[in-house]
Design a protein around this ligand. Structure first.
Ligand code: MN
Length: 508
């Protein structure tokens, strides 16, 4: 550390050139936000030893990569000036206007949110909630901020690393997922994974190494052949083919579901064909199936039936001819953008009708018109219209989008109380044992009985929001293998497993 290159910060031009067709006023805004933040953070350093201002610029860089518009990128540059410098709200208002101040204050409010055992308080959740419903940009800035904080987590004291990484998995990843920002979601997961589950991370890495290499071989081979096929047949317009590896954390989640059997994972790597139009997507699918036998049940039409977060693509898995299978994902450029950067990019917050999201929607609508849907689509025209109708219903109202977002973030969580009234946040279906482990590992280990709302309840009772849970402990009690069936949280699972493993080592 301390070498000059390491202390340099990207110039504003680096940010500006990442903006999608920047206009004159965009450039001016970025330059002035850049200078303002640079002055405000002058002399401050991060734990990494780099200038604090570097963090502001990197946050803006993430937002630019997420295809956000200039005002959001500028708020990324300014996102820490209220909390971490002497800057007064007045100064922001004077220089950048009321809306910028509103965004920065929203980010600052979210700064209070801390998810950690007993400190998970409903008030913080409420703030997150309220801020979310007011403006999606606040969340996006917070996501970008978190992305850079995760990239630099190694410089944070060890005792804090885990909490921050856990919070990333529990809070930020679900938000990125719901906003459909696949790229950010994968990055955040993979950055957090080794800190939260070091053993599982190591195991997944080792388990997948050979399979990854083999899959890449298969895919590169298929890539060449498919590229030749599409060019020779001249069946589609411009196309490009890339491949992507499945994120390690996402792979781990899937492996857990499949009993850690890596042979059951079909999409460890996938070929991605990006074309100009929806029709071309189906042409490509047809061309692939004419050449390579598809695995039955693995063809998925997410164009006709988009995922709830807006994701669209055709997926198929084929026998690649070398004894292996390969997944192929086919999508238009627009669909690709939405998949990587989310429908929020350029989008939902726009109230003047010039929204990129709605443009995208119009484009899909255009492609799905009955006369376009004819020859090659594998569906009836009436089906297309039904699909379109559904899409229309779900996409029409930005307020509804936000409402759905709020529901999604919180619908799988319950909030229960300790006898003293502290709020504990748990996944739906959690039991008194999960609760006990949230309070303290030792409380968990020695749980003898539980009272729910004043009545004795079995340890596998499913808790509900609002329940008051009182755990009774006994020194004689200790975890048993049976307990693993009663719990829902990864935290309790890890603690019980560790305990049981230690027990075994001792008696061995
Ligand atoms: Mn920050």
């Amino acid at each position: 550390m301390g070498d000059k290159a390491n202390n340099s910060v990207k110039p504003p031009s680096e940010i500006i050139k990442r903006i999608w067709s920047p206009k004159g006023q965009d450039k001016e805004l970025i330059k002035s936000a850049y200078e303002f933040a640079k002055d405000a953070h002058a002399g401050q350093k991060r734990l990494s030893g780099r200038p604090y201002f570097h963090h502001a610029v990197e946050t803006a860089r993430v937002l630019a990569d997420m295809r956000m518009e200039a005002d959001t990128i500028a708020s990324g540059l300014l996102h820490d000036v209220l909390d971490d410098t002497d800057t007064q709200p007045e100064a922001v208002r004077e220089n950048f206007g009321e809306e910028m101040l509103f965004l920065l204050q929203g980010v600052s409010k979210l700064g209070d949110v801390r998810f950690q055992g007993m400190r998970r308080h409903i008030e913080s959740l409420r703030k997150l909630f309220v801020a979310t419903s007011q403006d999606i940009r606040v969340l996006l800035i917070k996501l970008a901020d978190r992305q850079h904080n995760m990239e630099t987590l190694e410089h944070i004291p060890e005792d804090k690393q885990r909490r921050i990484a856990e919070e990333t998995l529990e809070v930020y990843v679900p938000i990125a997922h719901r906003l459909g920002i696949g790229k950010l979601k994968t990055q955040l997961q993979d950055l957090a994974f080794p800190y939260v589950y070091p053993d599982e991370h190591q195991r997944t890495k080792e388990l997948s190494k050979d399979t990854y290499e083999q899959a890449i071989d298969t895919i590169e081979n298929l890539h060449k052949k498919l590229s030749r096929l599409l060019t020779e047949e001249n069946a589609v317009g411009d196309f490009s083919i890339k491949y992507r590896q499945k994120g390690l954390y996402s792979l781990y989640q899937k492996l857990e579901k499949k009993g850690m059997n890596i042979d059951e994972i079909y999409d460890i790597a996938a070929l991605r064909v990006i074309v100009e139009s929806t029709e071309d997507c189906y042409h490509v699918l047809g061309a692939i199936h004419s050449q390579w036998q598809p695995l039955s049940g693995r063809v998925k039409d997410f164009i006709a039936n988009p995922k709830p977060n807006g994701y669209q693509s055709l997926h198929t898995t084929v026998f690649a001819g070398d004894g292996n299978t390969a997944e192929v994902q086919i999508r238009t450029k627009k669909m690709h953008q939405i998949a990587e950067y989310g429908s929020a990019a350029h989008a939902d917050y726009k109230k003047d009708g010039s929204s990129g999201y709605l443009d995208w929607f119009d484009d899909v609508a255009e492609k799905l018109r009955p006369n376009d849907a004819g020859a090659d689509s594998r569906k009836d025209v009436s089906d297309w219209i039904d699909d379109l109708k559904q899409l229309e219903d779900s996409a029409e109202d930005p307020a509804e989008f936000v409402e759905n977002l709020r529901n999604d973030i919180f619908e799988n969580r319950i909030f229960v109380f300790t006898p003293k009234g502290d709020v504990i946040d748990l996944p739906a279906g959690a039991s008194p044992l999960d609760f006990a482990y949230q309070i303290h590992t030792e409380v968990g280990h020695h749980t003898d009985a539980a009272k729910v709302n004043g009545k004795l309840a079995s340890l596998d009772t499913q808790l509900e929001s609002g329940d008051i849970v009182d755990i009774q402990t006994s020194d004689d009690q200790q975890p048993s293998r049976k307990w693993l069936e009663y719990i829902k949280t990864a935290d309790a699972r890890r603690k019980i497993t560790t305990y049981l493993n230690n027990l075994r080592t001792k008696t061995d």
